[in-house]
Design a protein. Structure first.
Lengths: 375, 156
């Protein structure tokens, strides 16, 4: 129970003023602009967009600046802002096969049609601090090999999915039943999750879920708390065109492009009474360059399919209610943070109770000792 | 936006193309070329520029059933020229100017008198710029193309 407290307005104003001063830091050092954050801390921006669940790099950069770089606070700001905007509608399903690939790697096939493209990556770096960044150095320019352009890349042909290779042999499950029509997915920003949740809702929940939580759940499931140690079938990053059908036009138009990272995991499946042994899939996707997030989503997404595939649900990562109701960092932060609010009356009553119990216990002990002495 | 899609006519295809170019171009590039044209058409707003959200949908596994991925910001606008022609725009982001210019250009591109001028001076150069950026990204990606070799271990 919370009891309204009065007073403190002046102190709160001053505390906020102090926060703004600390956020600005030493005024002898140039102020960071939102554009600089957007350009030079893009991975932080991507995380805020993902968990804030709004693709808008400028807003995410602004939120990071306002939150002094605290990702969870910035995500909260973005979520709050989105509630002030009207919803114009839904996009057409994005066609990630038509992605302009900037990175594409597979842990299962070394010779992919279309090739492996490392793109920009921290993989293979030695994780040694680069002290040249301490001194203001010249920006390094990425090499270009205009002459060696792959025809597929240059012509903008679609880049087929690696897992389709296994599909030809029928060794992997299809991503949809043949001849099945599109179903309208439930939208958890409009209606709450009902359990058991369908795959589309689970995926929506995971994509806006806390990266750290999902990463740890994935780690646990790979270590043995959930039978999930898959292969990374394919991971790709690149731009995808966004199309929607405005009511007044009645035909689809492109409204822009988004940068996405997509991960497909291949898991072993020993088969059930209805299904032959085959590979199954876990799917993850995220805004921006967010591989850790996309992979974690794919791992947890697959673990949560345990029930529909007839696997035994033994571990927290396979438990829908446990996972889906605790992914959201805004909710989690809110509930933990609320402990900072005044609980004065609550605490007073518990204090009273402990005193009373101790007094009663003391009285009981006294009367027992008395009885023993009498005996 | 779950309306029946109209039949695709050549006019619709052309309009889809220029609307896509107008939406995907940067505001700076669009404004620069638009202002250089010094067109000052008479128009009124049917819908003043308005920013909102569109829910992006993906497909499970890339090709399966649709799911809701997350939202993006979007700005839309609609104008009517003195001739009665309607121009519409939907552009990603929150820039009102982008939406107004794109709607005006959409209207003028439907007018016989201005269509070829705008195609030549606005849409084609913007399309070229988009393509150049695409080529540059492709070249950068291609410089990181890799061949992995599996090493044979000395087991024989």
């Amino acid at each position: 129970m919370y009891v309204a407290v009065k007073g403190g307005e002046k102190a709160i104003d001053n505390a906020h003023a102090l926060m703004r001063t600390q956020r600005r830091g030493d005024t002898a050092i140039a102020e960071l602009s939102v554009d600089q954050i957007r350009q030079q801390l893009p991975l932080a921006v991507d995380r805020v967009m993902n968990e804030g669940s709004v693709y808008d790099p400028e807003l995410a950069a602004l939120a990071l600046k306002q939150a002094s770089g605290d990702a969870v606070e910035a995500i909260f700001l973005l979520r709050a802002y989105r509630t002030t905007l009207p919803r114009f509608g839904y996009s057409e399903p994005l066609d990630t096969e038509q992605m302009q690939i900037e990175r594409r790697i597979s842990g299962t096939f070394k010779d992919l049609p279309g090739g492996q493209i490392l793109g920009s990556t921290y993989d293979y770096t030695h994780r040694l601090l680069d002290f040249s960044l301490l001194a203001a150095g010249e920006a390094e320019v990425a090499p270009e090999e205009a002459n060696a352009l792959s025809e597929a890349l240059a012509a903008g042909n679609s880049c087929p999915r690696v897992l389709e290779l296994l599909n030809r042999e029928g060794l992997i499950e299809q991503s949809r039943e043949s001849g099945q029509d599109d179903q309208v997915p439930r939208d958890l920003t409009r209606e709450p999750v009902n359990y058991p949740a369908e795959r589309a809702v689970r995926l929506q929940n995971l994509i806006r879920g806390d990266e750290g939580f999902l990463l740890s759940l994935s780690y646990a499931s790979m270590r043995g708390y959930g039978d999930s140690h898959p292969f990374s079938g394919e991971m790709r990053t690149g731009r995808v065109s966004v199309e929607l059908v405005p009511e007044e036009l009645g035909f689809p138009i492109e409204v822009g492009e988004v940068l996405l990272t997509e991960s497909e995991m291949v898991n072993q499946f020993h088969g059930s009474k209805d299904l032959p042994p085959q590979f199954t899939r876990g799917y993850g996707i995220a805004f921006g360059r967010a591989e850790r997030k996309a992979m974690s989503v794919a791992l947890v997404e697959r673990a949560l399919r345990a029930e529909e595939l007839g696997e035994e649900v033994l571990y927290p990562t396979q438990d829908q209610e446990f996972v889906l109701s605790h992914t959201d960092c805004v909710s989690a932060n809110g509930f933990v943070s609320h402990l900072k609010l005044p609980h004065y009356v609550d605490f007073q009553s518990e204090l009273e109770m402990i005193r009373r119990l101790r007094k009663e216990q003391g009285a009981r002990t006294e009367s027992t000792t008395q009885k023993e002495a009498d005996a | 936006m779950s309306v029946e899609q109209q039949q695709e006519t050549p006019e619709t295809c052309a309009r889809q193309h220029w609307m896509g170019v107008l939406a995907k171009s940067s505001v700076a590039a669009l404004q620069q070329r638009w202002q250089a044209l010094s067109l000052e058409p008479e128009y009124q707003f049917i819908r003043k520029p308005e920013t909102g959200l569109a829910m992006l949908r993906g497909r499970v596994g890339g090709s399966g059933q649709p799911f809701n991925m997350g939202e993006m910001t979007l700005t839309r606008c609609a104008v009517r020229l003195a001739s009665g022609t309607l121009g519409v725009s939907y552009v990603s982001g929150r820039n009102s100017q982008h939406a107004v210019t794109a709607a005006l250009a959409d209207a003028l591109l439907q007018e016989r008198s201005t269509q070829s001028l705008l195609q030549r001076e606005l849409i084609e150069p913007l399309q070229d710029e988009l393509e150049a950026e695409r080529q540059q990204r492709a070249a950068q990606a291609n410089s990181t193309r890799v061949d992995f070799f599996t090493l044979v271990r000395g087991e024989d």
